[in-house]
Design a binder for this molecule. Structure first.
Ligand SMILES: [Zn+2]
Ligand SMILES: [Zn+2]
Length: 343
């Protein structure tokens, strides 16, 4: 059971909010009771994702201001709405980027709810997990493997999930997989790929010997800088760095029939390249968001093959520092906010 009974429920909670200026500010928010399908969570931890950085930098339009970012939310259920019966009071749950969808459009009805035109996202359309408390849609929450503590579980919820979806998009036949950008998503998908018997080649930003060493420690076949040619032709290239110039570079690294998967929500422009780079059935594709099936599938894999979650933890009050360090490439693995103490 949770130590937070109804009597411990505060009338307000604290958060770090984005109001259009570059730095997040500590704010006090009124506690709103959960809607019929919602859970009120006491947030324990929240992962810091590159998407949050894109929001703060204005790369992604924000429909609501101020907005509390954060979509790798680990918390326990304090209260729940009348229809939110899938989780118990006191149970630990995870809430990811996909907050809700319409559930009845042609995308939702064909297993592609990630593309729903009415999809809403945690930390973009509704307040997210850079907070002591959060209201989330229970229908889109996921149970977390108990073998991961609150810090380790947070990066699974976006970095892990997006990496997993990118790996699935590369196809089962992709044995030699290049990972471009070896951060939160890269280091988790590398372990998923190796667990499936694939070979991993890790490409990092210039001089990032920490990330290269992490890749080798986790079992990569090769690690080097993203400007270096692949040591042998790859079957797939998974791009997590938001650098459009990596697309033609990765096309040059893959064999005929190979796939370049762009995993980010935002990327700088892709430079022009000759058609022959794409010929022989090479494919460029993106992945967008995630589905609940991705979440349950990935959490089952994470429970079976325990992943090393390399994390750096920051107090919630230090969210700006975490974002700055992510922007500068000074995070090894994933940044996670400890939300147990109010800012
Ligand atoms: Zn994310
Ligand atoms: Zn829909």
């Amino acid at each position: 059971m949770s130590p937070f009974g109804p009597s411990a429920m505060p009338d307000t909670f604290r958060a770090m909010a984005f109001d259009g200026s570059r730095a997040l500010r500590p704010v006090t928010m009124p506690r709103v009771p959960p809607g019929p399908d919602e859970l009120l969570l006491r947030v324990h931890t929240c992962g810091v994702c590159r998407t949050d950085l894109h929001i703060v930098d204005g790369d992604i339009p924000t429909p609501v201001l101020p907005i509390v970012p954060g979509h790798e939310i680990v918390g326990t259920v304090l209260a729940r709405g009348a229809r939110a019966t899938g989780f118990e009071i006191g149970e630990r749950v995870g809430a990811a980027w996909l907050r809700s969808t319409c559930l009845h459009c042609r995308w939702c009805e064909t297993g592609r709810e990630n593309l729903c035109r009415d999809a809403r996202f945690n930390g973009l359309h509704a307040h997210g997990g850079y907070a002591t408390h959060a209201r989330v849609d229970a229908r889109f929450c996921v149970a977390l493997p108990p073998s991961y503590d609150d810090i380790q579980a947070a990066p699974l919820l976006c970095a892990g999930l997006i990496g997993f979806r990118a790996l699935r998009a590369a196809g089962e036949e992709a044995r030699r997989v290049g990972i471009y950008g070896f951060g939160a998503a890269g280091h988790l998908v590398a372990q998923a790929a190796i667990a499936e018997g694939r070979e991993v080649f890790a490409f990092t930003r210039a001089g990032d010997t920490d990330a290269q060493a992490l890749a080798m420690r986790l079992g990569a076949r090769w690690a080097g800088e993203s400007t270096q040619p692949a040591p042998e032709p790859l079957d797939a290239a998974l791009l997590f760095a938001p650098v459009g110039a990596l697309v033609p570079k990765a096309l040059g690294d893959i064999a005929p029939g190979g796939t370049v998967v762009c995993g980010g929500i935002h990327m700088s422009d892709i430079p022009a390249f000759a058609y022959r780079a794409l010929w022989e059935e090479r494919v460029i594709r993106s992945i967008a968001n995630l589905t609940r099936a991705d979440a349950s599938g990935f959490m089952a894999l994470a429970a079976r093959s325990p992943f090393v979650c390399e994390t750096e933890t920051f107090a919630l009050a230090d969210a700006n520092e975490a974002l700055e360090r992510l922007r500068d490439g000074r995070i090894t693995g994933a940044a996670v906010l400890d939300c147990s103490v109010a800012p």
